[in-house]
Design a protein around this ligand. Structure first.
Ligand code: MG
Length: 382
C-alpha cells in the first residue's frame, strides 16, 4: 500500500517576524522547510512527497530536485487559502492515487518518526487519523482583560499534523468542501469520515510566535543524533592495465575484477554510510545480478548513499578509508583521492581521509592477490 505525504508550505505567515515567510527561515543552520521535508521524506513508510508552495515561491521548487529525486516528489502551486492548497496537493496525486495520504504543516519541523508511524498505523482501522494533545490547562472566557467565565476542558484536544487519511475519502471530501476550513480533520468530519486520535507530542508544535524559533533550536540541540557505520570490501586482481581507487585511475600492470569498476575504497566508504543509516549495503541498492550496474562507475553508489543520508536528515561529518595492499603505492595519489571523494560526497576535503597500509606481505593482500579496504563514516542528524 503506497503512502504519500503533502507538505503545505504556501502560507505567508508573518507573526513570526523576519523578512521571508517562516518556512524559508533558518532554524539552527537549516531552513525550516528542509527540516520538515527531511522528516517526512526520510520516513520509510512514505513513498511519495508533494510540496505545495505559494505562487511567489514556485521558482524555489527546483531546490528540492536533486536531493529528493530518488524517492519521487512533486512541487505544486498552492491556492489562496490553506484548504485550496491542500486540494491542489491532493489533485496532483489523483492521476496515480496512493492508498493513504498524510497532510502536514511545513511549520512543524519537529514532527517525530514515531508520530508519523502512529498516524500511518491508525489508518488501518479508520478513515483518518491525526495527533492530538489533551488540553491540560483550565480554560477561561475573557473580554477586555477580565475573566468572564470558564469552560470545561473535558474531551478537548489541541490538533496537530500530520493528519492522515485514506486517499479517496479525503480527496472527495475536499472536492465537495464549502469554504476554507481550519484543518483537514474538519474537512473529513464534514464529509462524514471517522478520524482517530493518536498521541500528539509537545515538540511537534507549529512555529508561530518569534520565540518559537529559539524553542525549536533548543529541542534540536537536545536531540542530537550521531551515528557511525563501518564498511569492508575486497576485490581480486586480474588482467588489466589500471585500477580505480577512491575515484582515481592509477596505471598498474593488473586490474581489479568486479561487477562495477571495482573501486574497493569507494565501496567501503559507501557501505559505511549505508551502515550508519541502517539501510543495508551496496549489493542491496545496486544488485550485481542487475546488468545495468555492470561496469558502473562507483561514484553512482557513493552519491546515492550521500543522497539517502540527506533525505534522512543527516549530514556526513567525516569518512575515513584505509586501503590495504602492497601495490600500487597509494601515497602519491592520496591527496587526489581525498579531493575526489569529498567532491562526490559534497563535503569539505578536510572531512575525508584516505590512507593506506601494507599487510607486511602476509595474507592475500600481502601476496598481491587483491586489495582490501575498510572505512568508517560518522553522520550527524541536522
Ligand atoms: Mg566491492
Amino acid at each position: 500500500m503506497t503512502t504519500a505525504a503533502i507538505i503545505v508550505a504556501a502560507g505567508r505567515g508573518t507573526r513570526l517576524g523576519g523578512e521571508v515567510p517562516k518556512q524559508w527561515q533558518d532554524l539552527a543552520g537549516q531552513r525550516v522547510i528542509d527540516r520538515t521535508v527531511a522528516r517526512l521524506a526520510g520516513h520509510r513508510g512514505i513513498d511519495r512527497l508533494v510540496i505545495v508552495l505559494h505562487a511567489d515561491d514556485m521558482a524555489r521548487g527546483a531546490e528540492f530536485g536533486a536531493e529528493f529525486g530518488a524517492r519521487g516528489h512533486l512541487v505544486v502551486q498552492g491556492g489562496a487559502t490553506r484548504s485550496e492548497s491542500v486540494l491542489a496537493g491532493l489533485e496532483a496525486l489523483a492521476a496515480d492515487p496512493p492508498a493513504r495520504v498524510l497532510i502536514h504543516d511545513a511549520a512543524r519541523p519537529l514532527v517525530s518518526e514515531r508520530t508519523i508511524s502512529e498516524v500511518i498505523a491508525a489508518l488501518d482501522g479508520a478513515d483518518g487519523a491525526a495527533p492530538g494533545l489533551a488540553v491540560s490547562d483550565a480554560l477561561w472566557r475573557g473580554e477586555a482583560g477580565w475573566v468572564t467565565g470558564v469552560a470545561s476542558r473535558a474531551g478537548l484536544f489541541r490538533a496537530q499534523t500530520p493528519q492522515g487519511f485514506r486517499f479517496a475519502g479525503i480527496l472527495a471530501a475536499h472536492r465537495t468542501r464549502r469554504g476554507d476550513l481550519a484543518d483537514d480533520v474538519e474537512v473529513a468530519l464534514a464529509a462524514g469520515l471517522r478520524v482517530a486520535i493518536v498521541a500528539g507530542s509537545h515538540d511537534n508544535f507549529k512555529l508561530t510566535e518569534p520565540q518559537d524559533m529559539a524553542r525549536a533550536a533548543e529541542i534540536l540541540g537536545r536531540g542530537m543524533d550521531i551515528r557511525t557505520g563501518n564498511g569492508f570490501d575486497v576485490h581480486r586482481f586480474g588482467a588489466g592495465d589500471h585500477v580505480w581507487l577512491c575515484g582515481i585511475r592509477i596505471e598498474h600492470p593488473r586490474g581489479l575484477q568486479g561487477h562495477s569498476d571495482a573501486d574497493v575504497g569507494m565501496h567501503a566508504v559507501t557501505d559505511a554510510i549505508y551502515g550508519a543509516l541502517g539501510r543495508g549495503d551496496i549489493g542491496q541498492h545496486f544488485p550485481p545480478t542487475d546488468p545495468q550496474w555492470k561496469g558502473a562507475a562507483s561514484h553512482i553508489f557513493l552519491a546515492h548513499a550521500c543522497d539517502l543520508a540527506r533525505i534522512m536528515g543527516y549530514s556526513i561529518s567525516n569518512a575515513d578509508c584505509t586501503l590495504i595492499c602492497e601495490y600500487p603505492k597509494i601515497g602519491p595519489h592520496a591527496l587526489a583521492m581525498k579531493a575526489e571523494m569529498a567532491r562526490i560526497m559534497g563535503i569539505d576535503p578536510d572531512r575525508v581521509s584516505v590512507k593506506a597500509t601494507t599487510s607486511e606481505k602476509l595474507g592475500f593482500t600481502g601476496r598481491g592477490e587483491g586489495i582490501a579496504a575498510l572505512a568508517t563514516a560518522t553522520l550527524v542528524k541536522t
